[in-house]
Write a protein that binds this ligand. Structure first.
Ligand code: AMP
Ligand code: ZN
Length: 111
């Protein structure tokens, strides 16, 4: 997708602090972290959000990448995964991504 910032990160056209990468997905640190660990996992293929025709194997690759991020970042105490989907959820980048948040107690509230 032209003008999609996460497609450009996936293509290596703009820099990111890459945590994990394989053929299907890439994980990189969020530019504006909301917790000591705040990493985004994205598919390399463009999908607007989690219910935009994402193949099952891509979802499996993303969950695997989340496991790798948790291992690499040492999130042994626990972490939170969030996929903001659509405007009501505050999605600002319209390329499917999962936030991996941790590195401090996050509390019980989701919102
Ligand atoms: P969302 O509100 O779920 O769409 O989250 C988009 C996230 O992308 C925000 O947390 C931003 O800080 C993050 N973000 C935007 N541009 C970049 C970038 N170039 N590199 C890393 N993270 C980014
Ligand atoms: Zn994209």
């Amino acid at each position: 997708m032209d003008d999609c910032i996460f497609c450009k990160i996936a293509a290596g056209e703009i820099p990111a602090t890459v945590v994990y990468e394989d053929d299907a997905v890439i994980a990189f640190d969020d530019l504006n972290p909301q917790a000591p660990v705040h990493t985004l996992v994205i598919p390399k293929a463009h999908h607007a959000h989690i219910v935009d025709g994402v193949p099952a194997e891509t979802l499996a690759a993303m969950v695997h990448a989340i496991q790798e991020v948790a291992r690499i970042k040492g999130l042994d105490e626990g972490f939170r995964v969030i996929a903001n989907t659509g405007e009501a959820a505050g999605q600002t980048v319209h390329h499917f991504h999962m936030h991996v948040l941790g590195g401090k107690p996050l509390g019980e509230n989701l919102v």
